[in-house]
Design a protein around this ligand. Structure first.
Ligand SMILES: Nc1nc2c(ncn2[C@@H]2O[C@H](COP(=O)(O)OP(=O)(O)O)[C@@H](O)[C@H]2O)c(=O)[nH]1
Ligand SMILES: [Mg+2]
Length: 451
C-alpha cells in the first residue's frame, strides 16, 4: 500500500501557528536530505543541533529559518529508520517551505499514517500499538487518553501473549500426537485437551467481559434527549453541557433542529443531543425537526425521556413512554422546583430541576451507570476496539467448538487442531502478525499526515 524504500517528509505538528513546528524526515536518505537543506554537513546522533534551513530556489541560497535538528539513527527511532526531526518556528509558511525544500532534495511527501506504518513494518510497534497512537491523538477525555496509552504500552498485547503461548503449546502437542500416530503414544489425551482449551477460554472470556466498557471508553456514546415540547429538554441540555447552547423559551416548538455537544461524564466521551419536541405539527420546519429527532432517537445509545413534573402526564407523554419502553432510557421528571400539582407529590422518574440544578449530579451518575451496565469501568481496559473485539469473539467461537468436540471425543483430532489453529490466527490478526492489506489500509487511513 505504501512504498517503503524511499525517504518521506511531513509536518508532524498540528496545522496552524504555534511556538514551534516539527518537520519529520524518515528513510534511508534522511541524513543526506537533512545535510542538503541544513547549514550542517553532519548531525551527531540524538543531539539537538542549532542550525539553519537553506533553500536554493532559483539559484540563490536563502535562509528559511533557524532550527533545532535532531538525528535519530536506525533502528532507534519512531519509525525504526533513520529519522531527522527539524524543529522550526511554528509558522505554516515556514514549515511548508522546509517540506518543499526537503522534497527538492529527494524526499517524498508522506501519506497519512505513513510514519506509524513504517514503525509497524519495522517491528517498532505492533498493530495494536499503532492503532493506540491514533486513539491517543484522538482522545477527547483523560480516561480515553489513559486507556490508549495503556495499549501503546502493550497492556493488551501483554494479556494476549500468554494466552497465545498456551494455545501454541497445546497445538504443538496435538500436532506431535498426530504426526507420530504409530508410536501409540499420545502427547496429550483428549480429556486433557478439553480441559486446557477450557482454561484458555476462561482467559478469553475475561478479556471480552471488559470489552463493553472498553469500547464505550474508546468510542464514546450518544445520549439523546426526547420529550414533548416545553418540558425543559433544552434547559436540561444546557445544564448538562454547562453552557447556554440551545435556545430556551416558553414557546412550544422553539427547538427545530438537532443541537449536539460533546461532554465528559466520568471519563466517558458523550455526545449529548437536544431534539425538537415530540408532537404533531403543521409547521414545515418544525416537522423536519421532529423527523430528525426521530432519527436521532434511533441511533441513541441512551435516551433521556423528559416529562414535566409540574403537569399531569399527557397522552403524548404516554405515547413516547410506550414507544421507548424497550430502549435503554432514563425517565426524567423535570421542573421539580415547581410543586407537582397533579402528581400528588409522586415522581414518574428521576426528579430533577434544570432551573435549580437539583439532582443533576444524580442524573449524570445515572447516565454513566446506564451506559456501562453493571460492569464498572476499568481504566486498564483491555479490548476497546471493535476490530479487536470482533476477532476475539471469533477466536472464542473456534475455541468453544474445539473444546466441545474434544470433550465429546467423537471428532477426529485433525478437526480440533484446525479449530485451534484458526483461533490462533485471529490472535495474530489482532496484533498484526498476519493481516491483509485492506485491513492495514483501513487502519492507517485514520491517521493524519505526519503521524
Ligand atoms: N420552573 C422550571 N422551569 C423550567 C425548568 N426547565 C425548563 N423550564 C422552563 O420551561 C420552558 C421550556 O423550556 P425549554 O428548555 O425550552 O423546553 P423544551 O421545549 O423541552 O426544549 C422555559 O420557559 C424554561 O424556562 C425547570 O427545571 N423548572
Ligand atoms: Mg427545546
Amino acid at each position: 500500500m505504501f512504498a517503503t524504500d524511499d525517504s518521506i517528509v511531513a509536518i508532524a505538528t498540528p496545522p496552524g501557528r504555534g511556538g514551534i513546528g516539527v518537520v519529520r524526515i524518515s528513510g534511508p536518505a534522511a541524513l543526506t536530505i537533512a545535510a542538503a537543506i541544513l547549514d550542517r554537513n553532519s548531525l551527531v546522533p540524538r543531539y539537538a543541533t542549532y542550525t539553519r534551513v537553506r533553500t536554493r530556489a532559483s539559484g540563490d541560497t536563502a535562509t528559511l529559518d533557524e532550527v533545532i535538528a535532531t538525528y535519530f539513527p536506525a533502528p532507534h527511532s519512531y519509525t525504526g529508520e533513520h529519522v531527522v526531526e527539524i524543529s522550526a518556528h511554528g509558522s505554516p509558511v515556514v514549515l511548508h517551505a522546509i517540506v518543499e525544500t526537503a522534497v527538492a532534495a529527494g524526499a517524498r511527501l508522506a501519506r497519512p499514517g505513513e510514519f506509524t506504518f513504517r514503525a509497524f513494518l519495522n517491528g517498532r510497534r505492533n498493530l495494536v500499538q499503532a492503532e493506540a497512537v491514533a486513539d491517543l491523538i484522538a482522545a477527547a477525555t483523560p480516561l480515553q487518553a489513559r486507556v490508549a496509552f495503556d495499549q501503546l504500552e502493550g497492556t493488551l498485547t501483554g494479556r494476549i501473549g500468554p494466552i497465545d503461548a498456551e494455545l501454541f503449546d497445546l497445538i504443538a502437542r496435538l500436532e506431535a500426537s498426530l504426526d507420530f500416530p504409530d508410536e501409540g503414544y499420545h502427547f496429550i489425551e483428549p480429556p486433557e485437551i478439553a480441559r486446557r482449551i477450557g482454561c484458555i477460554l476462561e482467559r478469553v472470556d475475561d478479556l471480552l467481559r471488559g470489552a463493553r466498557g472498553g469500547r464505550l471508553i474508546r468510542e464514546g456514546a450518544t445520549v439523546v434527549i426526547v420529550g414533548r415540547p416545553n418540558v425543559g429538554k433544552s434547559s436540561l441540555f444546557n445544564a448538562l453541557v454547562g453552557a447556554e447552547r440551545a435556545i430556551v423559551t416558553d414557546v412550544a416548538g422553539t427547538t427545530r433542529d438537532l443541537v449536539s455537544e460533546p461532554i465528559d461524564l466520568g471519563g466517558l466521551a458523550i455526545t449529548l443531543v437536544d431534539t425538537a419536541g415530540w408532537r404533531d405539527t403543521g409547521d414545515l420546519i418544525e416537522r423536519e425537526g421532529v423527523a430528525r429527532a426521530a432519527r436521532a432517537r434511533e441511533v441513541a445509545d441512551l435516551l433521556l425521556v423528559v416529562l414535566d413534573h409540574s403537569e399531569p402526564v399527557t397522552a403524548e407523554d404516554e405515547e413516547l413512554l410506550a414507544e421507548t419502553a424497550s430502549r435503554p432510557r432514563i425517565v426524567v421528571a423535570n421542573k421539580s422546583d415547581v410543586s407537582g400539582i397533579a402528581r400528588g407529590g409522586g415522581c414518574a422518574g428521576l426528579c430533577v430541576s434544570a432551573k435549580t440544578g437539583a439532582l443533576l449530579d444524580e442524573l449524570r451518575s445515572a447516565i454513566v451507570r446506564e451506559l456501562t451496565g453493571a460492569e464498572p469501568l476499568r481504566d486498564t481496559a483491555t479490548l476497546t476496539n471493535v476490530r479487536h473485539i470482533g476477532l476475539m469473539e471469533q477466536a472464542r467461537e473456534g475455541l468453544a467448538g474445539a473444546r466441545d468436540a474434544a470433550a465429546r471425543g467423537d471428532t477426529p483430532e485433525e478437526f480440533v487442531l484446525a479449530d485451534l489453529q484458526a483461533a490462533r490466527a485471529r490472535f495474530d490478526e489482532i496484533v498484526g502478525a498476519r493481516t491483509s492489506e485492506d485491513v492495514l489500509q483501513h487502519i492507517f487511513e485514520r491517521f493524519c499526515i505526519g503521524k
